[in-house]
Write a protein that binds this ligand. Structure first.
Ligand SMILES: Cc1ncc(COP(=O)(O)O)c(C=O)c1O
Length: 387
């Protein structure tokens, strides 16, 4: 799709196109005696010597946060090599970004989206909440979990009401990064006039020798939304910051639709700190240890009797591994579920049973933990599968 063949306006919901965004006095005046927003000028109800007061000091948390978050957007833009803040929508986790895509583009009861299972569950949950139909084009089930282009084209042709295609790269629960070539093919499908949303929650765990983020492509494709999050590589799941990187036009619709103050001052402060040189230094160190530990788990799993193949191409901070039936030696949901439930209820080790996802028969999804936690995983799995 090129800018000359694609009109964003033609696929934005009419009520969003007509929306007059909420405006506050603070959009025009942000200093002086501020008696415009019914805030509490006396300050927060916090013990001044508490940790909560210390960690929010200097933030004026009795005031509403900045609705635009330009400083934070500028830092992310620099980090991701994207031109500027006009390319961003920030959400309460990428879960809000996913929901926002539905709200901006999909008319409830009329439009549809396309997902590529096995994939992240929130696309379908948000679809149901928004009363939007879900069509599916299963990934290749050859252990690689790549896009099946023929199936995607078939779905697009059969369902012209598809407004958004959700791609997850690296995928959850597959751990497989999609090839850039295949993502470009989806972005330029001749019969498709909708949005392509690429969920890159795990993108920073892709090995440097492979293809990484598509964020810079937003300068090139008018129908691309790249979703990222600070919950994974940055280790900030608790602050809830999700990022959409897209064209200024799409970003403007998403920003007009959001709640005015969705990003808390505390969230913004923590995220900005993580994007400073020291934070980025720690980010890169953590990523390289997690990648090493992922490789150690992969190696160890090879010699645990009862474990089968590791599926996918291992580009995220987790591993998807098969548990085999004792007798038949085939992947077994019964045994995988038993191992999962036993470890969680009796041994305090919680992983995720993913055996009911298509192409994931008998699979456990195991997050890469600290070296000590990974030792526990290896030990417990060995014990469980010897029993
Ligand atoms: C693929 C994918 N996208 C998005 C999310 C949600 O991330 P956030 O914490 O930013 O809402 C997750 C969380 O597990 C995920 O796996």
């Amino acid at each position: 799709m090129t800018s000359s063949t694609f009109s964003v306006k033609s696929i934005v919901r009419p009520n969003i196109l007509a929306l007059k965004p909420y405006r506050c006095a603070r959009d025009d005046y942000s200093s002086g005696v501020l008696l415009d927003a019914n805030e509490n000028a006396y300050g927060p109800a916090l013990n001044p010597s508490s940790e909560a007061a210390a960690s929010s000091s200097g933030l004026d948390i009795n005031r509403y946060p900045d609705p635009h978050q330009h400083d934070l957007k500028n830092l992310i833009a620099k980090f991701r090599d994207v031109p500027g803040p006009e390319h961003f929508f920030l959400g309460v986790g990428s879960d809000e970004v996913i929901d926002m895509i539905f709200r901006v583009f999909c008319v409830p009861g009329k439009d549809a989206v396309l997902i590529t299972p096995p994939t992240y569950g929130m696309y379908s949950v948000c679809a149901q909440i928004n009363d939007v139909e879900v069509h599916k084009a299963t990934l290749t089930l050859d252990g690689q979990f790549q896009l099946n282009m023929e199936e995607i084209e078939k779905q697009i042709n059969e369902h012209p009401n598809i407004k958004v295609i959700f791609l997850c790269s690296p995928g959850n629960p597959t751990g497989s990064a999609l090839t850039h070539e295949s993502i470009r093919r989806v972005l330029t499908l001749p019969n498709y006039k909708g949005i392509v949303a690429v969920d890159e929650a795990y993108v920073d765990f892709i090995d440097a020798s492979k293809e990484g983020t598509t964020a810079t492509w937003v300068k090139e494709y008018p129908n691309l939304i790249v979703m990222q999050t600070m919950s994974k590589s940055f280790g900030l799941a608790g602050v809830r910051l999700g990022v959409a990187i897209t064209t200024p036009e799409i970003a403007s619709y998403m920003n007009a639709t959001k709640a005015p103050y969705n990003i808390a001052s505390t969230t913004s402060r923590v995220a900005q700190e993580a994007l400073q040189p020291k934070g980025l230094d720690i980010l890169h160190k953590h990523i390289s240890v997690m990648v090493e530990e992922r490789n150690r788990l992969l190696e160890a799993f090879k010699s645990i009797p009862g474990l089968g193949r590791v599926l996918g191409t291992n580009d995220a901070n987790f591993v998807l591994v098969e548990v085999l039936d004792k007798e038949s030696g085939k992947p077994s949901n019964d045994r995988a579920h038993k191992v999962y439930a036993d470890m969680a209820s009796r041994q305090g080790l919680v992983v995720r049973f993913r055996g009911t996802e298509i192409g994931c028969e008998g699979c456990l999804r195991i997050t890469v933990g600290t070296p000590e936690e990974n030792d526990v995983v290896i030990q417990r799995l060995t014990e469980q599968l010897a029993a």
